[in-house]
Design a protein around this ligand. Structure first.
Ligand code: RB5
Length: 146
């Protein structure tokens, strides 16, 4: 199950991604926004990230204007490893090496076609695992308690 969320700026891209998930038979929970009326990205990030943190959803996809605000907000939430990606390599390797569980995308940065390629590789790439990547992810998550 994928949690989806956006602010007003990310709404058009979120809708493109929602249509892609729907067409691909991938289950999702849509946390809004449900239109282009102004909403605050930290509020929207929390709605989706809470579903990841409590285990309801395995991953989340967040869209705002740049993807950056969403990623900053998401990374404040315990258990979240959010990556703001604009390129295929980063979207792939943040799964392989960082075990990222949230993908943040900028609707004012990326066209829908490129964004959906990033969604696709992010959702379909497993964590590589292995001692060194697990150690680094554990070290990263321990920073939450400092
Ligand atoms: C909204 O105008 C914009 O600031 C927001 O979508 C996002 O890009 C923030 O990081």
């Amino acid at each position: 199950m994928i949690a989806l969320s956006s602010d007003h700026a990310g709404y058009p891209l979120k809708e493109e991604i929602r249509a892609y998930l729907e067409a691909s038979g991938i289950e999702y929970k849509d946390c809004g926004a449900f239109g282009t009326a102004s909403v605050d990205y930290p509020v929207q990030a929390k709605k989706a990230c809470d579903l990841v943190a409590d285990g309801t959803c395995g991953m989340a996809i967040l869209c705002c204007g740049t993807g950056v605000g969403m990623s900053m907000a998401a990374n404040k939430i315990k258990g979240i490893r959010a990556a703001c990606c604009t390129d295929y390599f980063s979207a792939k390797f943040t799964r392989l090496h960082n075990d990222a569980n949230v993908l943040c995308l900028g609707a004012r940065v990326l066209g829908a076609g490129a964004a959906i390629e990033l969604v696709n590789v992010f959702l379909n790439t497993p964590f590589e695992g292995g001692e060194r990547h697990r150690r680094r992810v554990d070290l990263m998550m321990a920073l939450e308690n400092e």
